[in-house]
Structure formats: structure tokens, C-alpha cells
Design a protein around this ligand. Structure first.
Ligand SMILES: Nc1nc2c(ncn2[C@@H]2O[C@H](COP(=O)(O)OP(=O)(O)OP(=O)(O)O)[C@@H](O)[C@H]2O)c(=O)[nH]1
Length: 608
């Protein structure tokens, strides 16, 4: 059987490939279901072509749905329809990769209008920008606005005319806030009716994925933008197919199969193809192309797959071919036009893959991901945070990876770590990591994976700083309280008030004339021994050394911590911004006292 669409050789433009992105729970799946449902309901028999991993909304449906908008959005559709990738989310979007961009022609960024911009919204914006994919914002869940009256499947402009003033005002406010938020992330967006130049401004369409309001405008705008601004990109070609492997699957009765999105050209049975495999390029011959049978009723059910002889872009198909078990998801998929060019295409595929899978002899993190697309997205995110990468690869964590991480850890403990995305560690690798104390981060959400790692670095650095602070003599100023001399000598025990800073056992003390007077042996408060005492506390301290109250110190005397020069240096360089106001003042007083006998101290006064 030859698919009807590939026979239309006279057609000028192919279907744009549309993806849906957005924060968790903002309504991506519901929106896709609604669009698919709309398409199924409005289709004529045989109009709706099902794809593997994608759904086609034909132009006839878009025209029908958008009919009430004819006056506002006048257009004649030249594209044959819109091909929606079925699985939403940017992990899959990542796999729609193509050198220097994306196979997706346009995206819908779904934002719950009641929640606004969230972490994955930002991540989506970043990935869309990085891949240069234009997008439309669906400001979803408008039906949740208090007082909203639903008008199922109506255009938003006609539903709004029937809403109360208060509801319209509330929507306006939400839109206004959303526009402001987006602008702070570098997105120039505007309510769609106010957009004059769709090349420069991202249109926002208020929608409800639940009631279907706003879907007509959303479809009309997607169709309008793509055919108006992307016509060159969508020009239909009859050449050899180009695509991207979305997933590697098992097909019952056939073995391994590739789910491929074809974005250019025509794919035929028995075509020679090249894809990237875990161990090098795979050259093979298409044994069968599978696509779902056309839908016969209006239920959206996954129909059985059937064999087709050829298929033209844009399309989602399942490809059966020998030797593709090791193919990598996210790999480019090329039909080789003639046998002489096989080497050229192998090189092409591998060159592309090698920019994503690499090993470098530098101190950097080890990244393992499930697909080329997610790996590329993680590399992008790490680059943005200036985190170096030693190994970026697909597949499970191996012992070799852990060994590499431990080499890095010897030089830099912060980079000697492993980041796993949607892959497991092989048992021996896990064991070695435990033995070598190599930290493994694992998460199936990219921004969380990277956040976890960065938070860990920060908390480790904080702990180190705290440890270092504990090893130096901090600034302290205390006053001997009159009437609280518990013992005059061996050791002297006196009550003190801490005027500023921190005191600890072992801390050397000096008088305000700079004379050293031993060190704190113990700190006590109400019979309890303390590890430290801070500004404002009144405690008893015992002083080690030959200190005699009445001779070396007396009631009302002010004492300071006697900070060695090397410690002053560390305090000034590392802790200046952490010390509180009183500790800083005390430190300055201490430096002044010390510099009377040791002028080297004076230099640090200038730096405070
Ligand atoms: N009231 C209302 N609820 C909605 C709307 N769209 C989605 N929801 C609900 O919001 C919840 C999340 O919707 P999903 O479509 O699963 O969201 P998602 O973005 O696909 O979520 P993930 O796939 O988990 O990232 C579900 O309970 C939906 O029923 C809407 O327009 N209005």
C-alpha cells in the first residue's frame, strides 16, 4: 500500500512538526488530547492519518475549527496540516535534535496562567532558544479563573465576550503578570490579538485544555505562523529521507524497531539507511515501514500498525531493519541515495554524534544519559553553568566511568562526580563508586539533576568553610565581670561578658595593651561545659597559663582573642563577608592593637 500523502507530489509544503513543552502539570497532555480529540471529531472519514509517535491534524480540520475566526485571522491553508508529536515534555523534545537545531518546526509552550513561569518553563524557553525553535504560548487553565463560564470548544474571543467584567479583568491581570515574567526571561510576548509582528513577538493564546476554549485560535496561529514564516523550511522535497530516531523499540514479530520522525524527503522499503549506534555507525536496509491503520471511528485509540511501502515527510513511522538493536535514540537517520555514498553518510552521522559523545582529558564531571538528545540538553545546561565535562556518553554507568571520576576527584573533588540521566549504574560500577567514595547524582528531570549537583557543591563548600573557620582563631572581645572572680590562679576562673565575636576553648587571649595572657581552657554556663559562646552571652571561663587575677588581669578588664598574623590573613580574605558587624569591628580593634608591636598587621586594616 502506498500512503496517499506521498502520492501528492504536486504539494508544495509539508506539515510542520509541532511539539508541546512546559512545566509539570501545566496541562501538556490534556492539551494534546484536546487537540487530537478536536481533530478526530471534526474529521471526515479517511481524512485523519495516524502516525507513530505523532498525530496529524489535517488542514480541513483546522479550517473547520477556525471558521468562526475567518474575519480576524483570514488565511488560506497551504500546509497539508500540523503534525503533533504525541509525547509532550522537553526530554523527548531533546531527541528531536538535528545539527544546529531541531526537527520540530514550532512549539507550544504551555503555561498554567494561574501559576505563571516555573522552573521547567524556564528550561523549556532555554532549550527552545538554544535550538532556535519559534513558539506560541498557550496560557492554559483559564476555566479555573473564578466565575469563568465555560463555552466548550469556542474561540477565546467569542467566549470572552460572554464572560463577566470581573472575569475579563482578572484574565487581563494574569496576562499582564505573565508578560512581565516572560520579559524578565528575555521573551517578548503579548496577547495574540495585540501582536503585529509575529516574527518578533511571541503570541499568547489563553486556552483551556479542559473546555477547549481558545483551541481554534491556537491552531489557526500555529498554521498561520508556520506557513507564513517557515515556508522555506517546509518546502516539500522528494529526495532521500532525513529524520531522527525518537526511540528504539521492540516490535512484536520483528525484533528491534526504530520510531523515526521523517522531516524531509521520502522513505521507501529497501532503502539503505545509516544511523548512529553505541559502537559506531549502523548501515542497514529498511525491511519494513509501519504506520497505524487509518482511524475508522472517532475514538482515539492506538490502532494496529500496518506495512506501508513508502512515506513522505513529515511523518512518524516505525522502521524495521536488521542490526539496529544498538541504535541510539536521538541519532540522525539518513537514507543513502546510492551505495557509493555510504562512507560519506557514515561520516556525517558520526561527526554529528561525536560533538555530543566525547571523552576529554580534563578535570570535569562524568555524564551518562539515555539518549543523544537528553545528553546534548545536559551538556548545554552544564555549559551554561560553566561546569567542565570529562565524559559525555549514552548508556549505563560503567566501571571505566567511575575510574575516570576518581582520577578527577584526586585533583578536584567537586568535579569528580557522576551525573546520570535515565540510566542505571552497572552493579560493579556502583560498587566501585561506593568504595571510591564517588558521588553519583541521578534524576530524570534535567534541571533537578543539575540543581542537586550544584546544591551539593554549595553545601560542601559551606561545610569546608565552616571547618576552616573552626580551625582559626576568630575575633572576640570580652569583659571580666566585677564580682565574678571564682578563682585567682591555677587556673584563673572569671565570669565574662562577650562584647563581640566568638570565644572557644583553646583560644589565646591578650589584654587591650597587646600583652598575651594565656588561653581559654574551658567555658561554662550554669554548670554546663560549652564548645563556644557568642556576643551577648555571659559565661565563666578558666584561663590556662600563669595568669593571676589582680596581677595580670582584674575586674572590668577588656580582653581580646590574640589572633596570629596568618589567621588574620585568612579572616580577611575568606570570611570578611561572612563575619557580622560586631565581629568585624572587634577584628579591626585587634589588628590595631597587634600592629603596635607587629607592623605587618596594619596592612590588613586597609582591606576591611
Ligand atoms: N481546570 C483545568 N484543568 C486542567 C487543564 N489542563 C489540564 N488540567 C489538569 O491539570 C492536571 C495536569 O494536566 P496534564 O495534562 O497531565 O499536565 P502535563 O503538563 O501533561 O503534566 P506532566 O505530563 O506530568 O508533565 C490534570 O489534572 C488535568 O486534568 C485546564 O485547562 N483546566
Amino acid at each position: 500500500m502506498v500512503l496517499e500523502m506521498s502520492k501528492h507530489v504536486d504539494r508544495k509544503l509539508r506539515q510542520p512538526i509541532v511539539v508541546v513543552l512546559g512545566h509539570v502539570d501545566h496541562g501538556k497532555t490534556t492539551l494534546l488530547d484536546k487537540i487530537r480529540g478536536t481533530a478526530v471529531v471534526k474529521k471526515e472519514a479517511g481524512e485523519m492519518t495516524q502516525h507513530v509517535g505523532a498525530s496529524m491534524v489535517p488542514s480541513s480540520v483546522i479550517e473547520k475549527v477556525a471558521m468562526p475566526l475567518k474575519k480576524i485571522i483570514p488565511f488560506k491553508l497551504e500546509i497539508p496540516g500540523l503534525l503533533f508529536i504525541d509525547t509532550p515534555g522537553h526530554e523527548l523534545f531533546s531527541n528531536l535534535r538535528k545539527r544546529g537545531g531541531s526537527v520540530a518546526d514550532i512549539a507550544i509552550l504551555v503555561i498554567d496562567i494561574n501559576e505563571g513561569v516555573k522552573p521547567q518553563t524556564i528550561e523549556s524557553i532555554d532549550v527552545l532558544k538554544a535550538r532556535n525553535v519559534p513558539f506560541v504560548i498557550a496560557a492554559n487553565k483559564i476555566d479555573k479563573i473564578q466565575g469563568w463560564k465555560p463555552y466548550p470548544d469556542e474561540p477565546i474571543i467569542s467566549s470572552l465576550k460572554k464572560q463577566s467584567r470581573a472575569v475579563v479583568n482578572k484574565l487581563e491581570t494574569l496576562l499582564y503578570n505573565l508578560i512581565a515574567q516572560l520579559s524578565s526571561y528575555g521573551v517578548n510576548a503579548e496577547y495574540f490579538e495585540r501582536v503585529r509582528d509575529f516574527m518578533k513577538v511571541v503570541p499568547i493564546v489563553p486556552v483551556s485544555a479542559k473546555t477547549g476554549e481558545g483551541i481554534p485560535e491556537l491552531l489557526a496561529i500555529l498554521a498561520g505562523i508556520t506557513q507564513r514564516f517557515l515556508a522555506e523550511r517546509l518546502r516539500f522535497a522528494e529526495g532521500p529521507a532525513k529524520g531522527v530516531v525518537l526511540e528504539v523499540k521492540e516490535q512484536q514479530g520483528y525484533g528491534a524497531a526504530l520510531d523515526v520522525i521523517i522531516y524531509d524527503g521520502v522513505l521507501r522499503e529497501r532503502d539503505n539507511i545509516v544511523v548512529a549506534g553505541f559502537n559506531g555507525p549502523i548501515v542497514t536496509k529498511v525491511r519494513a515501514i509501519l504506520m497505524p491503520k487509518p482511524l475508522t471511528d472517532i475514538r482515539i485509540a492506538r490502532t494496529e500498525l500496518q506495512i506501508v511501502e513508502e512515506v513522505a515527510a513529515a511523518a512518524g513511522v516505525r522502521v524495521i531493519a536488521p542490526g539496529i538493536e544498538e541504535a541510539i535514540a536521538g541519532s540522525p537517520f539518513f537514507v543513502v541515495p546510492n551505495e557509493n555514498e555510504i562512507e560519506k553518510y557514515k561520516r556525517l552521522v558520526m561527526e554529528e554524534v561525536e560533538t555530543i559523545r566525547f571523552r576529554r582529558d580534563i578535570d570535569g564531571v562524568i555524564v551518562k544519559a539515555d539518549t543523544l538528545g537528553t545528553l546534548e540538553a545536559i551538556i548545554l545546561a552544564l555549559n551554561r553553568k560553566s561546569i567542565p565535562i570529562r565524559i559525555a556518553d549514552v548508556g549505563p554507568l560503567t566501571k571505566r566511568d567511575v575510574i575516570e571520576a576518581s582520577i578527577v576527584a584526586k585533583n578536584n573533588k567537586y568535579y569528580g562526580v557522576i551525573l546520570l540521566f535515565n540510566v542505571k549504574a552497572l552493579p560493579d560500577a556502583e560498587e566501585l563508586a561506593r568504595k571510591e567514595n564517588i558521588k553519583i547524582f541521578s534524576n530524570n528531570i534535567i534541571y533537578k539533576l543539575i540543581d542537586d549537583y550544584i546544591n551539593w557543591i554549595e553545601s560542601e563548600k559551606m561545610m569546608e568553610l565552616r571547618r576552616e573557620f573552626e580551625s582559626i582563631v576568630p575575633p572576640a572581645k570580652i569583659k571580666i565581670l566585677p564580682g565574678y572572680i571564682f578563682r585567682r590562679s591555677d587556673p584563673a576562673i572569671v565570669g565574662v561578658s562577650i562584647l563581640g565575636g566568638i570565644i572557644r576553648p583553646g583560644m589565646p587571649l591578650m589584654r587591650s595593651d597587646g600583652r598575651s595572657i594565656g588561653e581559654i581552657q574551658q567555658i561554662q554556663y550554669m554548670g554546663q561545659t560549652l564548645r563556644e559562646a557568642k556576643t551577648g552571652q555571659e559565661v565563666a571561663i578558666s584561663i590556662k597559663g600563669n595568669v593571676i587575677v589582680g596581677r595580670h588581669i582584674k575586674e572590668d578588664d577588656i580582653l581580646y582573642s590574640d589572633i596570629p598574623l596568618s589567621h588574620v590573613k585568612i579572616l580577611v580574605s575568606k570570611f570578611k563577608n561572612i563575619l557580622d558587624e560586631t565581629s568585624l569591628t572587634v577584628l579591626k580593634e585587634i589588628i590595631k592593637i597587634k600592629s603596635l608591636k607587629e607592623p605587618e598587621y596594619a596592612a590588613f586594616l586597609m582591606q576591611l
